[in-house]
Design a protein around this ligand. Structure first.
Ligand code: K7E
Length: 678
């Protein structure tokens, strides 16, 4: 692929060149003298420790180790910046999408240690996700036309926000393939709700408004609303297919999305892409790119050009500019109709009410990101070497002035020149942007396999300058920075979420690890610190939050139903466990505590339905028990205080052991029992 050919054949060149090409001798010699070393220190000095620190830290032994392992000074500095000793914890959490694993990954920064995989859209046996009745009910909430879906394609995690900054309470994640949105509660890092969009069937853009009033979900591939059957022809496409921007109302006290108070804004079938919510100067507005203003359909492939060509003909596509505050007022006024059970604003009504505008943007854009002050909208044109900077003030002026041209759907188009502040030439294949605390923006370059740093300027177009480009390995998608899309970026780090790793890890077969690269942005020059291989699906976006803001419970209170986070009225009581026959079904009330399941024999007649509740009555933190039942496709995770329920049919006579899957004590292997179907 392009990126790997683009000068990245010599990975790490940027950091090692200065030292070794400079002929300055061994790493050991350099380290011994620390930063007193003469010049070519584009290495250790780049955001590095204070002068002399490396030398002071590295005793003769450390120097020997560095020499033996062939570590350059920059490597040692990188190690010092990322190593988190046992007993100390990370400064930040990164929540990364797990791509088409359907899950969310939790990673510590700067150590880049994987701390948790949060099961969301796909069953996950370690967490009992999809095996318990409670988790099954959450997955059922995301059923499509009544069909249970057990996979997802997660792209854009979004923390809940207060005043435009992450508040550490919730994470939302979209499923691109089925147009669903999930809510993860950070009190226990567990998914609590999945909602299915009733109008669209694939999504992409996903973000929250500055006070989490709404979770915004934007369609990707246009379909007729409700994905009704239709012809795949140019005229059917233009007339019947539509995109949509959905505003899911978040009920914070309940910790759930409320579909009854949510609404959909209809959009033209332009394949809407990334989406960001305005903040501060642009609060109340939402912005969304689009990539198929050609209205191409895939029918041409046999006779004419392929979809990728037909959908990339135009030099300009459209940035969608949506006044969601005004849309909300319209919905609250009751002057909107419903579609498939959700409030629905058609395009013509949106235009009449002044809710929707378009701004031309070059060419097949991808990322749209708002600067921390909310004044500027930064658009990456995938097939254009620039980022284009628009101003919300200029857009508002143009709207107020009126007299705009319209697109074929009657939507007013603000002139490109009237909205644009400037463009920065950053390199090939710009995709996504983040910001730091020093007035810099960062853009990923997919085709160049690099990240760039540039300065945020002003309304007049002054001060927008490319500063530096750093190669990454390889084919970077998103970049993520601490609070990097909020009103208050923290700076210091950037993570490049790369699609390809090629030569970065010991080989593991044709499915290569994805490579998440940690970059130090605190110094004069960007420094690559760490490669984290991820042995699963491609993470797209990630968000990084100050670890102090996240305060999960360390243990559930006794008898907790984790889906309500309240006491379960049916929780089995220690000392009153047992099996009871209710005619058509049998109820098992079981507790578990090191090292006994009570009861440890469950006997059921063939054909009975079994409702089986298990309560982990441990009160010690981390005393997790698992529950696996042979032959019945059951695996549970029982954290202390948690109650889980399973339902099975005892339809195959046999003697089936059940046991604890977490090595919980010296007598863990004895923590078992027998389920006998007679
Ligand atoms: Cu660029 Cu879905 Cu945000 Cu992948 S998306 S990279």
């Amino acid at each position: 692929m392009q990126g790997s050919e683009n000068g990245n054949g010599k990975p790490g060149a940027a950091i090692s060149r200065g030292v070794f090409m400079g002929g300055l001798g061994t790493a050991g010699a350099l380290l011994a003298t620390g930063c007193n070393t003469p010049k070519p220190s584009n290495v250790a000095s780049a955001g590095g420790p204070t002068p002399g620190a490396a030398g002071a830290v590295l005793s003769g032994d450390a120097r020997k180790i560095a020499e033996a392992r062939g570590l350059a000074p920059a490597d040692v500095v990188a190690a010092l910046k990322t190593y988190v000793p046992s007993g100390k914890t990370d400064e930040y959490y990164m929540f990364a999408s797990g791509g088409h694993s359907g899950q969310v990954l939790v990673v510590g920064l700067p150590s880049m240690r994987l701390l948790k995989v949060i099961p969301v859209f796909s069953p996950e046996s370690y967490g009992g996700w999809g095996f318990s009745e409670g988790s099954h009910a959450v997955l059922e909430g995301g059923a499509v036309d009544g069909r249970l879906i057990t996979h997802g394609d997660t792209h854009h995690p979004a923390f809940s926000e207060t005043d435009g900054d992450y508040d550490g309470k919730f994470v939302f994640i979209n499923d691109k393939v089925n147009a669903r949105v999930a809510v993860i509660d950070l009190r226990d890092f567990e998914c609590k709700q999945i909602v299915k969009n009733p109008v669209i069937i694939s999504n992409h853009g996903h973000c929250v408004t500055p006070n989490t009033e709404y979770v915004i979900e934007t369609s990707q591939y246009a379909v007729p609303p409700g994905w009704k059957p239709a012809a795949v022809t140019k005229s059917a496409y233009a007339n019947e297919y539509r995109g949509a921007m959905t505003f899911w109302k978040f009920d914070r006290p309940k910790g759930r999305i409320d579909p009854q108070r949510s609404f959909v804004l209809e959009l033209p079938p332009y394949w809407q892409d990334l989406t960001d919510a305005g903040k501060l100067a642009s609060e109340g507005w939402a912005f969304c790119n689009s990539i198929n203003t050609e209205l191409a359909v895939p029918e041409d492939w046999n006779n004419g050009p392929s979809m990728e060509i037909s959908a990339s003909r135009n030099d300009m596509d459209f940035l969608h500019v949506v006044n969601w505050k005004a849309a909300e007022s319209l919905v609250r006024s009751g002057r909107v109709s419903q579609k498939n059970g959700i409030a629905y604003i058609p395009i013509d009504q949106a235009v009449r009410e002044g809710l929707l505008y378009l701004v031309p943007e070059p060419k097949s854009p991808h990322g749209v990101d708002i600067t921390p002050d909310g004044k500027f909208i930064v658009v990456c044109g995938k097939l254009d070497p620039h980022v284009s900077i628009y101003s919300i003030a200029k857009i508002k002026q143009a709207i107020a002035k009126g007299g705009m041209h319209k697109d074929p759907y009657g939507i007013p188009i603000v002139n490109f020149e009237d909205a644009l502040v400037t463009q920065i030439k950053v390199g090939l294949g710009p995709l996504h942007n983040q910001f730091d605390d020093k007035g810099n923006g960062y853009t990923s370059l997919f085709l160049d396999s690099a990240v760039t740093r540039w300065t945020v300027g002003d309304e007049s177009g002054k001060g927008w300058n490319l500063v530096e480009t750093l190669p990454v390995q390889y084919n970077v998608g998103h970049v993520a920075a601490p609070h990097g899309d909020t009103v208050k970026p923290r700076g210091g780090y950037l993570v490049a979420l790369n699609k390809w790793s090629l030569d970065r890890f010991v080989p593991v077969g044709p499915f290569y690890p994805r490579n998440l690269q940690l970059i130090d942005t605190s110094g004069q020059q960007l420094q690559l610190l760490y490669d984290m291989g991820i042995g699963m699906a491609e993470p797209h976006y990630a968000q990084i939050i100050d670890a102090k803001l996240v305060k999960p419970e360390d243990i559930y209170p006794p008898n907790t139903d984790v889906f309500t986070l309240k006491p379960d009225p049916k929780a089995p009581v220690f000392g009153k466990e047992g099996t009871s026959d209710h005619g058509d079904h049998v109820e098992v009330n079981m507790t578990v505590m090191r090292s006994t399941f009570r009861p440890d024999v469950v006997r059921v007649e063939r054909g009975k339905r079994v409702i089986w509740r298990i309560n982990n009555v441990e009160t010690a933190k981390n005393a997790i028990h698992g529950f696996a039942l042979a032959g019945h496709n059951i695996s549970l995770s029982l954290e202390p205080g948690k109650v889980e329920t399973i339902e099975i049919v005892a339809d195959r006579p046999g003697t089936y052991p059940y046991y604890c899957t977490d090595f919980c004590s010296a007598l863990h292997l004895e923590l078992m029992g027998y389920f006998v179907v007679t």
